[in-house]
Each structure stands twice: as structure tokens, then as C-alpha cells.
Design a protein around this ligand. Structure first.
Ligand code: WT7
Length: 628
């Protein structure tokens, strides 16, 4: 628990200049009437037909927002800026892993690129409601591809460019995509990650894929199937790519994208978000919590392949007419001051990253930061996992030079927008995620469904619906009901444990389900386990998360080997490589235990708690339910 010394009061100048200065009044007002609050926010955006109803909860928990309205997120993220002085403003500054490579796009130029990509998709027969899989690295074309889909009413499904062929195949098949947009390769620490080759393997068994669009990025040699694969730059030369493309007006509740995320089973969940509510939620929260202003340069280091990239790299900033900065590279290549160099060189004002990146950079020491003039920074942000107070202070004192508020943001792929966070005018507590966003209320529950008093740890729930909430799981409404709404009827189950302090600040503790957050990435234990058992040496496997100083959690696997296999260093290395290959390098286990038997309950459930205690050398606790 923190004491009062750990509260940072914002400077008066920050309060005076913020969009939201009197946060207490707004918090009260929104609490009294959340629907009216959201309606007021929605009026900041354009709708070609107004809504009949702000919130339709008649089919709850299948909530609907802004029913009857027509709009398109691209109308608000791109088109409307073209009629203002913002048409000449930079929408996107992109810097490659090789920082000599720079591409910039005004809003006017961004629109031209989006129209071009949209024309190509249309020519390939992509229609409203069709799902397009996007498997691209952090290059400008991922913006064009996402916006192009939205513009014509198609649904994008972005798959993180670090997933391997089986994971990609599963996501393409699940969404029945006819078109996949990819690149020849991507740069990771000076080496090429062979994206096109992974797509080739992934679509080999996909009956639905008719066309693959390939963006030239690394200029690597790739195999092109003459009937299926098309270079994007070649397509752009064709007449089909040229000319204007209208932004289709869709129903507010029409799907904008699906995004796969990990859950408690091996089958990833496809989260569905829609045009109308999602644009209101992401626009409003980014503006309030990061105080986005016309002159800002906003850098979110997340990959577009995750929800953070969707909401706060692509859509939220563009909805606000901001200048977005995107960098292809990671935090330490070629040197651990690459990011600080970029902040200085491009005058970044607002910098949003993950605790794991902060902890990684912290280890290299202050000198790397102090080499650079970071005085352009005005506000800092954190996302993906709890930020430990030590990392918070380093971020605040060293990177922000003690003058930038840190907006920690707790939310999920499912929530689409921030849920627990702060606005710059609020006092900050290092390590606490903050308060529910305006219009939201949260609680901590015990197993029996009682709301717990301040200070006690329990299951975190959200009480109110919000506009950018997921609408369902794609083709799986039952799983939507079971996972999020069954445990406490009427309350949204987050899957996290937390406690709320006396001041109403929420301290997130971690996941309560079979999801591990590794470097902020969400990985299902079942996915790792099924990757492991697909290796001939593995008979049975159980994955758990163990605390890790930099990554937050690491993956520890307990394995029963198949007959004829013996534990060895080589085998351990093979198993790690196997998980990287079938699932993703981000899911590589850190450590292994080879055993004869897994601790199970009499009903056959693996007792992960016991595995964890064993791995940490702790007391195994109550073993009375163990099967022998
Ligand atoms: C889970 C959601 C949407 C953000 C990117 C991750 C954890 C996320 C925080 C935070 C503590 C956090 C939670 C949550 N989480 N942000 N600021 N403090 N924990 O989205 O992959 O859907 O993961 O990430 O455990 O449930 P995601």
C-alpha cells in the first residue's frame, strides 16, 4: 500500500491547460447520467444520419450504441479533416528501423493512399461486411489497409506480424478471409522476418483465400503465385487503383474490425468492434486522458496488430486530427537510445509505451537518456500490464524530467478504449492504474458475488456499458456470454484481480484466468500447451506464468515427455524453437521442468497453483484435492 507521500499533484499549469480541468465535476456529472455524457461526446463527431437512441440495452448484454445512426469512422478520422486547415497537417510521420528511411503523409496524402488501397480492394471484389486479413509490419501501409477496409465497409482482421503460420492460418480460416494483405518481410533488429513465406504456409490450407496483396518492404526474394499473389506497387499502376473512392456510410452498429486475442482455451477469441461506438470511445478517451492538442506529436510504440495500435496508434489519434509518429524499430536496436534520439529529433510531445519497454531501457542506465534533449515531452503513458513504482519513477524522473504526468491506462482488447486511467489534472499514484473513465464505474467482487470494501483484493468488474465495448465474439455469442457476463449477471467480468483504495484509485494485480501477460503480450496457457504437444517429444504439458523482472511474467512449462525421449539441453532448445515456430516468438517458454506426472485434481484439472509453488520453491499449500 502506498502512503500519501506517493501522490503526485499535477502543476497548476497542467490543470489550467487541460481539456478536462475540473475532473471532479465531470466525473460526478457523467456518473449521474452516463448515457447523456456519451451523447454529448458523440456530438463532436460527424454522422450522416443522427441516432434514434444512444444506448439500446434491450438485448443486454448484447448492447447497441447510437442505433439508427449512419456514419463511418473514416469520415471522422480522415475525410472531415480535408475540409479544414488540417488537410495540410502531417497525419503520419513514419521512421523505419533504419532511421534514414522516413515517409511522411499529410491528411491530404493519407486520404489519397487510403483511396488507392480501397480501390484495389474493391476491384478484387471485397464488399461491405467481407473480412480482410491484414498481416503487415509497422509500416504506413498498415494504416492505409485498415482505413481502406473501413472506408468501403469491409471488416479488417489484423494479425500481429510476429505470429507464425499456424496461428495466422487459424485466424484466416476463422474469419473466412478472401484477401490477405502482407509484406515481403519485416525488419527485426537488422534481420528479415519472412512474412510472405509465413503467409504462403498459412494459406496453403485456407480454402477461402483468393488474393494476396504483397507490399514491398524488405526487398527480399519471395515466391509469388501468379494467380493468387500481387505486388501492391504493381497493382497501384493499374487503372483500377486510380481515382476517387467514396467513404461508404454504414450503420453505427456495423462491424469495423475483428481482432483475435487469447483466452482460456486454445482457440483465440475474435473480438468484434463497430464503427459508431468505437469512434466515440477512442476519440473521447484519447482527448481527455492524453490531452491531445493541435500542435502535439503523438507516439504510441504499440504495434498496430494489437488493440493498443488499433485504438491509439491508428484510429484515436486520427479522429483527433493529431500528428501520429510510428517507428518500425524496437527499443534497443541498434543502441538503447534509439527511441530517445527519435523523441528529440522529431519533437515528440506525447509518448505512450509499455512497462516492459521502460524496464528494459532502465537497465541500460540514465546516461543514454541524458544524452538527449527530451524537453519537447509533455505527457507520458503506460499500457499493457501493471507498472511497478520503480519503473514509474524512472519514467517520470528521468524520461519526463519530473514535469510530465504519466497516464497509466488499464483496458483490454474487449473494451476497445481506456477503462481505468487518469486525466492529466488528477493526482497520480505510482503503480495505481487510476480511476474509472468518465461514465464508468468499477467494483471488486468476491467469489460469492459480494462487492468488497476498499483495500481488499478480488475480481475486477465494470458496471456500466460503454460505447466502444466489444459487441460479441465473432460467430460465438455463447462464449461471449459465458466468458464475460455469467459469473456476475449484469456486470462485465474483466478477468483481472484488483483492489480499490480509499480514494477510489484502482490497483491492478494481474490476471485471474489462464492468460499470461508476457512483456505486455497476452498469451493463453492453452495455446502454449497445444503448441508443445504438437511436438513429437511431448506427451503432456502445462504452462504457467512466473514473475519476471523485465517481462512482468515469463512462461514456465512442466512437461511429460513421450516414451523414448530424455530431457536434455538440446531438447529444451528444440521445444522453445518449436513454440516460436508454430505460435510466435513472443510465446517462447523461458524455463522447463520435465516430470513423470502432473499434479491434477480428481476431476483431471491441472493444479497450476501447485506447479507455481514448486517452480518458485514455495510451500505447495493444501493438497487435499490432489488425485493421489
Ligand atoms: C489485459 C488486457 C488494451 C491494452 C493492451 C493489452 C492487462 C492492460 C494494464 C494496465 C495493469 C493492464 C490486464 C488486462 N493490462 N493494461 N495499465 N495495468 N494491467 O490488451 O492484450 O487485451 O490485455 O492486460 O491484465 O486484462 P490485452
Amino acid at each position: 500500500m502506498t502512503d500519501q507521500h506517493d501522490v503526485f499533484q499535477p502543476d497548476q499549469s497542467i490543470i489550467d491547460n487541460a481539456w478536462v480541468s475540473d475532473w471532479k465535476t465531470l466525473e460526478e456529472k457523467a456518473k449521474a447520467d452516463p448515457v447523456a455524457y456519451w451523447e454529448e461526446q458523440a456530438r463532436n463527431l460527424e454522422w450522416s444520419k443522427p441516432w434514434d437512441k444512444v444506448l439500446d440495452d434491450s438485448g443486454k448484454p448484447f448492447f447497441k450504441w447510437f442505433t439508427g445512426a449512419r456514419t463511418n469512422i473514416v469520415t471522422n478520422a480522415v475525410d472531415r479533416h480535408l475540409n479544414t486547415a488540417r488537410r495540410n497537417k502531417l497525419a503520419l510521420i513514419w521512421v523505419g528501423e533504419n532511421t534514414d528511411e522516413v515517409r511522411t503523409f499529410s491528411y491530404f496524402a493519407l486520404n489519397r493512399e487510403v483511396e488507392q488501397m480501397a480501390n484495389v480492394l474493391k476491384a478484387m471484389g471485397v464488399r461491405k461486411g467481407d473480412v480482410v486479413t491484414i498481416y503487415l509490419p509497422r509500416i504506413p501501409e498498415i494504416f492505409f489497409a485498415m482505413l481502406a477496409c473501413a472506408k468501403i465497409g469491409a471488416v479488417h482482421s489484423v494479425v500481429f506480424a510476429g505470429y507464425s503460420s499456424e496461428a495466422l492460418n487459424q485466424r484466416i480460416d476463422g474469419s473466412e478471409s478472401k484477401v490477405v494483405i502482407t509484406a515481403d518481410g519485416s525488419w527485426i533488429n537488422g534481420k528479415v522476418f519472412p512474412m510472405k513465406q509465413i503467409v504462403d504456409d498459412a494459406v496453403k490450407f485456407s480454402p477461402t483465400v483468393e488474393n494476396v496483396i504483397v507490399v514491398r518492404n524488405t526487398k527480399s526474394d519471395v515466391a509469388m503465385d501468379s494467380t493468387r499473389d500481387h505486388w501492391y506497387h504493381e497493382l497501384c499502376k493499374l487503372p483500377i487503383a486510380k481515382g476517387k473512392c467514396q467513404t461508404v456510410q454504414v450503420d453505427a452498429e456495423d462491424p469495423l474490425f475483428i481482432l483475435y486475442t487469447s483466452g482460456s482455451t486454445g482457440k483465440p477469441k475474435a473480438i468484434v468492434h463497430t464503427h459508431g461506438g468505437y469512434q466515440v470511445g477512442t476519440y473521447t478517451t484519447l482527448r481527455n486522458c492524453f490531452d491531445i492538442k493541435e500542435e502535439d506529436r503523438w507516439w504510441c510504440t504499440a504495434d498496430p496488430g494489437w488493440i493498443t495500435g488499433h485504438s491509439y496508434l491508428v484510429y484515436g489519434p486520427l479522429l483527433n486530427g493529431a500528428t501520429v509518429f510510428m517507428h518500425e524499430g524496437g527499443p534497443t536496436y541498434p543502441y538503447p537510445d534509439g527511441w530517445w534520439q527519435l523523441i528529440e529529433h522529431y519533437g515528440i510531445t506525447s509518448f505512450y509505451t509499455a512497462p516492459t519497454a521502460i524496464r528494459t531501457l532502465m537497465r541500460f542506465g540514465e546516461a543514454w537518456v541524458r544524452k538527449h534533449d527530451l524537453s519537447s515531452l509533455r505527457i507520458l503513458g503506460s499500457v499493457g500490464e501493471p507498472i511497478n513504482p520503480e519503473a514509474w519513477r524512472w519514467f517520470h524522473d528521468v524520461v519526463g524530467n519530473g514535469k510530465c504526468p504519466i497516464t497509466d491506462t488499464w483496458w483490454q482488447t474487449e473494451t476497445g478504449m481506456f477503462q481505468i486511467t487518469t486525466v492529466p489534472a488528477m493526482p497520480l499514484k505510482p503503480g495505481a492504474a487510476g480511476r474509472p473513465v468518465f461514465g464508468q464505474e468499477a467494483a471488486v467482487m468476491d467469489e460469492e458475488g459480494n462487492e468488497l470494501p476498499p483495500g481488499q483484493e478480488g475480481f475486477l468488474v465494470l458496471k456500466n456499458p460503454w460505447p466502444s465495448m466489444m459487441r460479441t465474439l465473432y460467430k460465438d455469442p455463447d462464449r461471449y456470454l459465458d466468458t464475460y457476463w455469467k459469473k456476475y449477471p449484469g456486470l462485465y467480468l474483466t478477468g483481472d484481480s484488483a483492489r480499490i483504495d480509499e480514494d477510489g484509485y484502482i490497483w491492478i494485480i494481474g490476471r485471474t484466468d489462464d492468460v499470461i501477460k508476457v512483456s505486455g503480450h497476452r498469451i493463453g496457457t492453452a495455446e502454449v500447451e497445444s503448441a508443445l504437444v504438437s511436438h513429437p517429444a511431448v506427451a503432456e504439458a502445462a504452462a504457467i506464468g512466473l514473475p519476471h523482472e523485465v517481462k512482468g511474467n515469463s512462461i514456465h512449462c512442466t512437461v511429460i515427455l513421450a516414451q523414448g525421449y530424455e530431457p536434455s539441453k538440446q531438447l529444451t532448445a528444440d521445444l522453445r524453437a518449436h513454440v516460436a515456430e508454430v505460435l510466435s516468438p513472443i510465446a517462447k517458454p523461458d524455463s522447463f521442468d520435465f516430470v513423470e506426472k502432473l499434479p491434477k485434481t480428481r476431476s483431471g484439472k491441472i493444479m497450476r497453483r501447485v506447479l507455481k509453488a514448486r517452480a518458485l520453491g514455495q510451500d505447495e499449500g493444501d493438497l487435499s484435492t490432489l488425485d493421489d
